[in-house]
Write a protein that binds this ligand. Structure first.
Ligand SMILES: [Zn+2]
Length: 471
């Protein structure tokens, strides 16, 4: 029996996760994420699949982020009819994300077609997939809860463990039984989270000693603030706004970050650390995602479960919390006086309703813009974080007079010490190798060195398309 591993995305980069575990010539796909970044290049990479859909025996999804689930509808479109194993919460989140992407692609195609028509140019761009494909892919998803070992093929068993990254996120633990009864255990972390995050549980320590670990390495060279610090800093900033009667505008990713903010604000009000301030979640996607959080209490930490069940409280709904649906409701927020908190998407301020809130409030020194997430280069969010004197929004220049505050404790990925800390708790007595994926080269080289110096055997940076034997 031959077991090998290779990567078709997420090798020496952080998007497009697509890994193949080949067991006796049968291919199991781990994640099918979309590439992101520069538009033309991402589009080209997304269309080159690297493996024919009918060669895949089974697929696994570790969590619902776009860079892990975003191309499953394309795989379906190209003829994949097999199962996609994932946790029930990830299935819901992925369905929302895939559908949203299909919708955006259809809108983009329409817009680009009109632009080309105006200029009299030829237009031949087609979306990667349609809403029908997204629905079909959702239909192939088979929910397996955490800690429920499930046979997924001849001599292959899959078990999910909490990854502590986002709601529903899982590490995929594969046990391969050799003809002689001997077992090979391969643990794919997916995106590895961190301890002390609100709502979800900490990353689990799988009971089985792995032979190989496929390990993410996004922050292989970085350290974060302690995730418990977020709560205190949030309290401080909210109190300031109460004193000055100002607005707090928070650009936030719709999934996980928004719900964490809502959960923290709920606790702050509950514990009477801050008075009840009106809080508005102004993003249709975030509102839909919050509904998913509400129906998956099986993913909550004990603390959250207690708040949810014992006190009959919904951690994502309380008196001063509002979800705006219509554009009118969103616009009405411009007239509101502070203190008020507005959480809106997109997270990097590149699109969506957040831009309107910035237009109306960025020149007011009484406003606080609170940065809680990663801001990529060349985004409006990055320019605000860098406190540029003037920023352009919707083609117009605005003076940045608002206060800019930052909380760096919200990251959903383990930093390198947290990653090593998790490894140290694992039974690595039989470990034969660590394969690093999902990280930029610099971070990976750094993590490789760090883990090798700690004595972990054979830490390798996975190269795109290269085959690794697992014995
Ligand atoms: Zn992720």
């Amino acid at each position: 029996m031959k077991v090998t591993f290779y990567s078709l995305g997420g090798a020496e980069e952080v998007t497009g996760s697509k890994h193949i575990l080949e067991i006796d010539s049968k291919s199991y796909l781990i994640d099918c994420g979309a590439f992101q970044g520069s538009r033309a290049e991402a589009d080209r990479k997304n269309r080159e699949f690297g493996i024919a859909a009918d060669r895949i025996e089974g697929a696994v999804l570790t969590h619902g982020h776009f860079d892990h689930c975003g191309l499953f509808p394309l795989l379906t479109r190209r003829g994949y009819r097999g199962n996609i194993y994932t946790t029930p919460a990830s299935r819901d989140i992925a369905s929302l994300i895939m559908m949203d992407s299909a919708h955006i692609q259809a809108r983009d195609a329409e817009y680009l077609r009109k632009q080309a028509q105006k200029k009299g140019e030829k237009f031949d761009w087609t979306p990667l997939y349609t809403e029908q494909d997204a629905i079909a892919a959702s239909g192939q998803m088979v929910g397996i809860s955490y800690n429920r070992p499930m046979p997924i093929g001849d001599s292959v068993t899959l078990e999910f463990y909490d990854a502590g990254h986002i709601l529903g996120s899982a590490m995929a633990d594969f046990t391969v039984k050799k003809p002689g009864g001997e077992k090979i255990r391969i643990l794919a972390t997916g995106d590895l989270g961190r301890k002390g995050k609100p709502i979800i549980r900490d990353p689990a320590i799988p009971a089985n000693a792995p032979d190989y670990i496929i390990l993410e390495s996004t922050y292989g060279n970085r350290l974060h603030d302690n995730s418990r610090d977020a709560f205190d800093k949030l309290a401080e900033i909210a109190k300031q706004a109460v004193n000055t009667g100002g607005k707090i505008i928070i650009p936030s990713f719709a999934i996980e970050r928004t719900q964490e903010l809502v959960y923290y604000f709920h606790l702050l009000v509950d514990k009477k650390i801050i008075p009840e301030i009106p809080i508005y979640v102004d993003s249709p996607m975030a509102t839909n995602a919050t509904t998913i959080f509400q129906v998956h209490p099986q993913c909550y930490s004990e603390e959250t479960k207690e708040a949810f069940i014992k006190h009959h409280k919904n951690p994502f709904g309380f008196n001063s919390l509002h979800f705006t649906a219509s554009v009118q409701e969103s616009k009405a927020l411009n007239e509101r006086k502070g203190p008020i908190i507005i959480i809106s998407a997109d997270g990097m301020c590149e699109a969506g309703r957040i831009q309107h809130h910035l237009i109306h409030n960025i020149e007011d020194p009484n406003t606080t813009i609170l940065i809680v997430g990663y801001m990529a280069e060349n985004t409006l969010g990055r320019r605000i974080r860098s406190r540029e004197a003037e920023v352009k929004i919707h083609g117009e220049w605005f003076k940045l007079k608002a206060k800019v505050e930052e909380i760096n404790a919200f990251s959903a990925h383990a930093d390198y010490k947290e990653t090593a800390g998790w490894l140290d708790e694992l039974d690595t007595s039989g470990l034969k190798g660590i394969l690093l994926v999902h990280g930029e080269k610099k971070a990976q080289v750094s993590l490789q060195k760090y883990l090798s110096e700690k004595g972990y055997p054979k830490v390798e940076i996975v190269k795109y398309g290269k085959t690794y034997d697992l014995e």
